[in-house]
Design a protein around this ligand. Structure first.
Ligand SMILES: [Zn+2]
Length: 305
């Protein structure tokens, strides 16, 4: 009798210590804002972008083209291909919005790298510029390209993405989520990519609201205090005037913001040069994925302790 009581006590103690030693479960949210200029972001009123920055590290000089290769156009197809695969266009093969020459078999969306080592980790991708969903997204347990959404304007679609992604984050257990917002680019093409353009600033402030919705969903999770969330944010290009094509020598087009936010991030400005291809590498490292040399990723890990 005494022995069994002791055994129960030992079991309780060992379980307590096992739990105390468990590292927190890792999660990643990647936010992509099409056509977001850093100077306009800094001009806009954005409490939720600011919250991410305060709880992390920020660069306002991220580059959308690398030093080794820069022959692709400075538009969304190649931009998001680099952002989501972590390699430059000589590898992923996308040079314009036709996606001709794509090599996503060899250089897939970073979800494929997560799944190769953690096949049970669930992945979700929300995007309202349909070619990304059609061409780039793979290895997603849930994905939506918002082609049939009504109303069909990008502002309404962005709002739907914020609502849908937030519900999935709050109610389900997805480890890696990408939420893309397209309306800033649409506002820039319509009225101009510039901090002085009210329509462009309003579009950025709307995305700020969507980020707030996503952050509320994360914090509402039952086990949030035992989880380690990393949030990454950047863009595929900026813009000048009402466009951004052929911007190879135009800083306003080549430069985007880059935020890495979470409890495991060194706070403050990022001093080193960052690139959009650093997004997947940083996400994979946070999740504990061993990055294999033969994946030939062009990015590096940014901001993590
Ligand atoms: Zn774009």
């Amino acid at each position: 009798m005494r022995f069994s009581l002791l055994a129960v006590l030992l079991l309780v103690i060992s379980q307590t210590f096992t739990h105390a030693a468990d590292p927190p479960a890792k999660y990643v949210l990647v936010i992509g804002v099409d056509g977001l200029r850093p100077d306009a972001l800094q001009k806009a009123t954005t409490p939720n972008f600011d919250k991410l920055s305060r709880n992390g590290a920020t660069s306002y000089t991220c580059q959308i083209l690398g030093t080794r290769y820069k022959k692709n156009d400075t538009i969304s197809g190649p931009g998001w291909s680099s952002f989501l695969t972590g390699v430059w266009a000589d590898k992923h093969g996308v040079h314009d919005n036709s996606f001709k020459g794509k090599k996503f078999g060899e250089y897939p969306h970073f979800f494929a790298r997560v799944k190769s080592q953690f096949p049970t980790y669930k992945t979700a991708h929300f995007v309202d510029w349909a070619p990304i969903d059609d061409h780039v997204v793979s290895h997603a347990d849930f994905h939506n390209g918002y082609k049939a959404h009504q109303p069909s304007d990008l502002g309404a679609k962005d709002k739907a993405i914020a609502a849908d992604a937030s519900k999935l984050i709050a109610d389900k257990d997805y480890r890696v989520i990408v939420a893309y917002f397209g309306n800033c680019d649409s506002a820039g093409h319509g009225k101009g990519f510039h901090p002085s353009v009210p329509t462009y600033i309003s579009a950025i402030e709307a995305v700020d609201g969507h980020i707030g919705t996503l952050l509320t969903a994360i914090a509402s999770r039952t086990n949030y205090k035992q989880e380690d969330w990393l949030i990454l944010l950047s863009a595929d290009h900026g813009g000048k005037g009402t466009g951004h094509s052929s911007g190879h020598n135009v800083p306003e087009i080549l430069t985007t913001p880059f935020i890495v936010s979470g409890n495991n991030v060194k706070r403050g400005p990022i001093k080193e040069q960052v690139y959009v291809v650093d997004i997947p590498t940083t996400a994979l490292h946070h999740l504990g994925v061993d990055i294999a040399a033969d994946w030939k990723l062009d990015g590096k890990v940014i901001g993590l302790r």
